[in-house]
Design a binder for this molecule. Structure first.
Ligand code: EPZ
Length: 419
């Protein structure tokens, strides 16, 4: 397992390009299972989760052609098995996204239950209940979801809670169902909209993506298409926090500011000067120490849970006390214990963290536990006195394309070593 070693101190400054969004690329690659012809997906980030998805599709017999720019052409006409094994699903829970498309296009699917993960139990009951209401026969046995359906039927679904991949799975399944499906209490994330736009380019008939009510008129077939994935708003937010935390400045190219209002608002509250254009975002801290900001995570368009750990790292070196509430996942404060090892002052009370800013953090050996927690430890290392060693960074490689190269380009002193 590799480690990242970061020497704190340099004020970041410079420009970087934002990669395509992991959480749009994953459902869109699953959606290729719905098409009668090849689907070419572009702007795909070079991440471990993408590699796992390609391995999963390849094992099913799906044809994949990848070029040097990570454009992936997928042709599911060669599919020979409808099975997503535990050994792959447990390393990447988003594999559950092949369930809806496989069932809707081929009438059968056997997909491992994802099981929990570090940040929570993360059940998939909404995915399963929705498909059953659409006429699927589903039993869970031996840790697997066994699903069968002649042709799914369009129905009105009211989700018990806002679920991103739940919305995506059901929306994909509904594209080939008989009749119209309405998904109420749908997730509004930009990645859901990106998936719907791609599906419509393939010939689907989806309305309302981005609102809490999505209508899908079933069609007989979906065709091949070409589609580029939207920029990653969480990678963008992470690098903006890196600049703010070091008192520096950064310009993000190929970014999408319109998907980040809540995060940009909090960065301005923290004292950053933030300016935006159609496809860029610039932040300048002018050497000032940030001011601690209160944060409460909620489904989009509210403040994203995937930015909570990064803002916790920002708050612990900011001026003042603030409250961070995590309302989406039940165990997403594991970075707190590691930040404390670096001298952070944080009190945990249930799903709330109260931070009291300290002027200096001290480098320490710390351990990544999940994707965004590992990012927050790297961020803290950028300002901690001394050399911070972040272990188990395979977590970070799941969600950030060459993070140390991009940070080095901004002036950080960071290197990867095999452990
Ligand atoms: C997606 O996960 C993202 N992953 C997560 O990003 C993100 O943190 C999360 O949405 C919330 O925004 C992808 O898009 C691949 P949920 P997802 O279903 O869909 C509960 C990252 O860092 N729930 O919206 O799995 C669930 O336990 C990852 O890139 C049910 O109870 O999240 C959670 O408490 C981490 N039953 C809440 O809903 C269900 O059937 C929201 O989960 C589904 C979800």
């Amino acid at each position: 397992m590799d480690k990242l070693i970061i020497s704190g101190g340099p004020r970041l400054s410079g420009e970087i390009r934002i990669s395509g969004a992991k959480n749009a690329a994953l459902p869109i690659l699953a959606a290729t299972l719905l098409a009668e012809g090849p689907v070419k997906v572009g702007n795909i980030p070079h991440l471990h989760d993408i590699t796992v998805t390609m391995e999963l599709l390849g094992r099913m017999g799906v044809s994949l052609v990848v070029d040097e720019h990570m454009n992936i052409e997928v042709d599911c006409s060669t599919i020979r098995e409808f099975f997503a094994p535990y050994e792959l699903v447990r390393t990447m829970r988003a594999s559950i996204l092949v369930l809806g498309p496989m069932l809707s296009h081929f009438g059968r699917a056997t997909v491992s239950l994802p099981g929990g993960c570090a940040i929570g139990s993360r059940p998939v009951d909404q995915h399963i209940e929705g498909l059953v209401k659409m006429g699927a026969e589903i039993e869970t046995d031996g840790g697997y979801i066994h699903a069968r359906a002649k042709r799914l039927k369009g129905v009105r679904l009211v989700l018990d809670l806002v679920t991103v991949t739940g919305t995506e799975n059901l929306m994909m399944a509904a594209t080939l169902a008989e009749g119209t499906t309405i998904i109420e209490n749908a997730a509004r994330e930009p990645e859901v909209v990106d998936l719907a736009t791609c599906l419509n380019a393939m010939g689907a008939s989806i309305f309302g993506a981005g609102t809490d009510t999505i209508t899908i008129e079933g069609v007989r077939r979906l065709n091949g298409a070409s589609y580029d994935v939207l920029p990653d708003r969480i990678e963008s937010g992470t690098f903006l926090v890196a600049a703010a935390l070091t008192g520096g400045r950064v310009k993000l190219k190929d970014a999408l500011p319109g998907t980040m209002d809540a995060v940009l608002q909090k960065l301005r509250e923290a004292g950053a000067e933030v300016t935006v254009g159609e496809d860029w975002i610039a932040l300048d801290m002018h050497g000032r120490r940030p001011v601690a900001v209160n944060v409460k995570t909620s489904p989009y368009p509210a403040f994203p849970t995937d930015m909570q750990a990064q803002f916790t790292a920002l708050n612990v070196i900011s001026d003042g006390t603030a409250v961070i509430s995590e309302t989406v996942f039940e165990n997403r404060f594991m970075h707190v214990h590691e930040l404390r090892r670096m001298g952070a002052s944080i009190r945990l009370e249930g799903n709330t963290a109260i931070t009291s800013g300290v002027p200096v953090l001290k480098a320490a050996p710390v351990m990544a536990t999940d994707l965004r927690a590992s990012a927050s430890l790297v961020l803290a290392g950028l300002v901690a006195e001394g050399e911070t060693v972040v272990d188990r960074i395979y977590h970070i490689d799941r969600g950030y394309e060459s993070i140390e190269e991009k940070l080095t380009k901004l002036g950080a002193e960071i290197r990867r070593v095999p452990s």
